[in-house]
Every structure is written in C-alpha cells, then in structure tokens.
Design a protein around this ligand. Structure first.
Ligand SMILES: *Cc1c(COP(=O)(O)O)cnc(C)c1O
Ligand code: SF4
Length: 341
C-alpha cells in the first residue's frame, strides 16, 4: 500500500529564525526547485566562491518555475559573468572600507547610520557590499555605548538610520534596547530602518517586532528594498499592513537592474504595486560599480529614457528619484533629466 506524501505548501509561514537557518545556498538546489535543468550550471555555480549564494525559501516561492528570466531569480542566481573584470568596477565603489569607525557611518550632516548587523538574509548578486569585510565590524555593548555617545554629542544629527547588512537580522530585544537609547537623545527627531528582510521573509514582521515598534517614542520610517512587483505577494502585503497600522511610514528603494526591472512596464508595475501595498517609492538607485555586477549595469542614457517614460505614465508621488551614490558627496546625487538632456 503506498501513500502520497503531501508536499508542505509554500504558503505556510514559519518563524523567521527558522527561515534564516534554512536558506538555499546551493545553486543546484535552486535550479531543481524551479524545474530548471542544470546543463551549464558548473561555470555559474563557481561564482559562489566570489560571494556565497543565500536565498530564503519564501523569496523562492515568489519566482516563476521554469523561467530563466524570472526577475527575482536573476537577482540571486550565481553567474559566470561575475568573474569578468571591467575597468571602472571596483571592490569598494563607495570608499567606505577606510572611513568606518566601529558601528557608525556619519557621512551626511544630519543623519548618522548605524551598522547594526553585518549580514543579510539574502545575498543579492548586485550588492555593493559583496566585498565588504563584515567580520571586522562586530560590536559588543561597550562599542555601542561609544557609538551612541557620538550621536549624543553631535547636535547636528537629527535622524538615526539603522542599516547593515540588514538591521532586522538583529534580535528584537537588542533592537528594542538600542532604539530606546536613541529615543532618549533630545535632538533625534526620527528613526529610520533600511531593510530587505520582510520582503524576503515576511514572517520577520513578528509579534515581538510589532511590540517594540508600538512602544517606540519616535516616528519610525522603514525603507524597504523591493526591485520588482512580483516581490509583493499577499503574505508580504499583510505584513506591510500590520506595520502601517503600527504607524510606520513605509518607503521603498529599488536598484535599476538590467534584466530585472529595466523597462518602463516593470517600473510602472512596481510603483503601482507598492502603492497598493501602502508603500511609496523613494529612490531608484543606479547600480554601484562593484566588481562582479557589471552584467546588471544600465547606462545613464537608458535610465533617463526610462524615467522620462514613467513620468509620463505615473502621478508624481509614484515616481522615485533616480540617484547615484558618489563617494565623498554630501548626499545621494540626482541623475537629473534636465542637466543631461
Ligand atoms: C543613503 C545614505 C543615507 C541616507 O540618505 P537619504 O538621502 O537621507 O536617504 C545616510 N547615510 C549613508 C552613509 C547613506 O549611504
Ligand atoms: S539586502 Fe541589500 S545589503 Fe543585503 S545583499 Fe541585498 S542589496 Fe546587499
């Protein structure tokens, strides 16, 4: 007598810690899950040595099986093109590796950025931090007191940004402690969190997280990182609604990526889907010129064409600002349509 073993439905949510511990790290497994045949997989797989593969399963569940061009798959799949060396693409395009003092990056006058946790739940192949020495940045509580003292002693800082890696990789009791400390500093008006974690593991928006957010004494802005409309599924939409109900202002930053979202249709759909989920588009970043990500690069000219098209199609509040990060500049640099016709 034989019995069918039921497959676990992918829509069942598991605690985020479980998802983190059970990411897909082997390119062959990812291909198998998506019914893609691994015929030329060896050369692509080798790119794991450059930057590990790491893909949470709830993110894989949003990919379309059988499609090599799936826009979510392309963001995480290792490719032999990562070995290409191209002039102008460096290991540290933003020049951050030298000027980092433990835990804090204070490049912009009014905003200080805290590197809460080095790692991420997902490894995006285009990431400008793919060569970042995270291991060197592990902080203990004493280091945190020093970083907090830096913020306390500088009246120009009115906003603290929790970043990483991904700050939501940290445990909620630590985040609650840190945010409490920050909220007691009189010149701090808001707190911001830059995260991709809820997008790739929606159950990260758990009761503990909502509890400390609800008890927070500062306005909270959460900047998500979503590059394609398909990343917003009903599970994520539900979690975003919970954040909204807790009073969080939700914004999105995307990176303009060849083969992922470099069409007016894709950008329009992203803005519309974000709005429907209660999120406003904030930035559309030009790719940082990091070694190994050349195949994602979109030219300035093409980027401006795309912007001109979505400005025609969308209301102003659904048009993100096209920006580039330039080392040493006092803020993000707009890639302006008028200055460069
Ligand atoms: C992007 C960034 C910020 C925030 O800049 P906004 O333009 O306010 O979003 C702050 N610090 C660093 C180091 C950054 O890279
Ligand atoms: S989530 Fe952001 S920081 Fe982390 S790997 Fe992706 S792009 Fe890089």
């Amino acid at each position: 007598m034989s019995r069918m073993i039921p497959k676990i439905p992918v829509t069942v949510e598991r605690p985020w810690q479980k998802e983190l511990a059970d990411c897909i790290t082997d390119p062959s497994e990812l291909l198998a899950r998506l019914n893609l045949s691994a015929h030329e997989n060896e050369a692509d797989s080798a790119a794991r040595e450059l930057f590990a593969m790491r893909v949470p399963r709830p993110f894989v569940a949003k990919m379309v099986a059988g499609d090599w061009h799936d826009p979510l798959f392309r963001q995480v799949y290792t490719q032999s093109a990562e070995f290409l060396q191209e002039p102008g693409f460096s290991h540290d395009p933003l020049d951050e590796q030298d000027n980092i003092t433990p835990g804090i990056l204070h490049k912009y006058q009014s905003r200080a950025l805290l590197i809460v946790r080095g790692g991420c739940a997902i490894n995006c192949r285009y990431c400008f931090r793919r060569h970042f020495p995270y291991g060197d940045n592990h902080l203990n509580k004493r280091d945190w007191m020093v970083a907090l003292q830096h913020i306390r002693s500088d009246n120009n800082i009115n906003e603290v940004i929790l970043s990483g890696g991904d700050p939501l990789m940290a445990k909620d009791d630590f985040l609650a402690w840190l945010c409490d400390q920050i909220s007691e500093i009189p010149h701090i008006r808001r707190l911001r969190i830059h995260t991709r974690l809820p997008v790739v593991i929606p159950s990260r928006v758990c009761e503990d997280l909502l509890a400390w957010i609800n008890s927070l004494n500062l306005p909270l802005v959460m900047v998500l990182h979503i590059n394609h409309a398909n990343e917003i599924d009903p599970l994520l939409a539900t979690r975003l609604q919970q954040l909204k109900r807790a009073g969080v202002t939700l914004l999105n930053q995307a990176v303009l990526l060849k083969g992922v979202n470099d069409s007016a249709d894709a950008l329009e759909a992203l803005s519309e889907r974000l709005f429907a989920a209660g999120v406003l588009p904030y930035y559309l970043h030009m790719l940082d010129k990091v070694q190994g990500a050349q195949h994602f690069d979109v030219s300035d000219e093409r980027a401006r064409e795309l912007m001109a098209e979505i400005i025609r199609r969308l209301p102003g509040f659904l048009v993100p600002r096209l920006v580039r990060e330039i080392a040493g500049q006092p803020g993000k640099t707009p890639v302006d349509l008028l200055l460069h016709p």
